[in-house]
Write a protein that binds this ligand. Sequence first.
Ligand SMILES: Nc1nc2c(ncn2[C@@H]2O[C@H](COP(=O)(O)OP(=O)(O)OP(=O)(O)O)[C@@H](O)[C@H]2O)c(=O)[nH]1
Ligand SMILES: [Mg+2]
Length: 383
Amino acid sequence: MILWWGKKKQPDPKTGETPVEPLKPGETPASPIASLDQQIFGNAPIAQPEPELGDDPIGLRKAAERIAAERAAEAAAREASVLHKLSEGLKRSSSRLAEGLAGLSKRKIDSDALDELEELLITSDMGTKVAARITKAFSKDRFDREVSGDEIKAALASEIAAILKPREKVVDFSLGPKPRIVLFVGVNGSGKTTTIGKIAAKLSAQGADIVLAAGDTFRAAAVEQLRVWADRANARFISKPQGADAAGLAYEAVELAKSENRDLVLIDTAGRLQNKTQLMDELAKVVRAIRKIDPSAPHDVILVLDATVGQNALSQVEAFRNTAGVTGLVMTKLDGTAKGGVLVAIAEQHALPIHFVGVGEKAEDLHPFSADTFARALVGLDS
Ligand SMILES: Nc1nc2c(ncn2[C@@H]2O[C@H](COP(=O)(O)OP(=O)(O)OP(=O)(O)O)[C@@H](O)[C@H]2O)c(=O)[nH]1
Ligand SMILES: [Mg+2]
């Protein structure tokens, strides 16, 4: 016996075929079986029951949940460790700030207290403009009120993070044009070569095919330093004898990457002081040489700044921007006795993304810049 859920269509007397119920606009048969169902019975298919998710007979869902929880815990631990290293490094700035703030928390926020706060921010390398801006924002709902030390720190961290946030830009150098050509510039000892090595190690582990170009042709040791990183990262390495023309080397590196179809070229350069015109002109020559092969290159010009130099970093940004067309920043040595407050002044004055921060000498000590983490570390909030 056949049970009918709907009215059966009558077969066409000429063809003997049962007409198919036309689909309504926007309606699609759920599956070939559904359309067969319609052909046979001439009515809507019966919805199949969804498989019971709660069953999880072989524990797949549980395993996925466990892996997700482990990953979240690892990410939280990483974040905590970066914050800890940053806090340690920023102690020179943050302890002065923290001590001053402790003084403020014992009394009402009046105009004297605000003057003190502004002064504290200035001595933490944030510059007068940023200090005034933060103080003004801070006083808004707190004037004539007593506030706790933690409230002050949290409020300052949030004001600082607001200035830094627009500069937070995670970058993946292995994406984009092929080859993507990235030039690293900066003063002597700022951490260029180490940063290149760290980036190469990270991207190479992710499968990027990289050329490292030893564009610091001044010092033989600089070439060897980069070669070690290249070997570790299993990257293609190109160098020239000491004293060779850096622009020529950059040209050859790009040519090589093109001919070998590599993903990325990271070009090291010799450190140079921003006020040495002749050396800065040489950098402009490197850029011109690269452009002869690819007019759109270099695709990134990364200025590497040493956090320990304080206010001088501002004039470095200006000079290197003018000469080499800096597109982004990396700040290193935030694990040392840093004076990282200047990064807030830079962020306020220059619309340049801050890509990474360096918190140590090892490959794993380079982290994407996080405005919140940095701001909390700067005011001495450990968690
Ligand atoms: N603690 C710490 N040390 C770093 C960091 N980045 C680099 N260094 C160290 O700083 C020193 C200088 O780093 P380099 O990478 O050689 O700097 P550079 O800009 O290439 O220097 P020049 O080629 O001389 O201009 C080295 O001893 C690095 O190991 C960092 O984030 N933290
Ligand atoms: Mg170097």
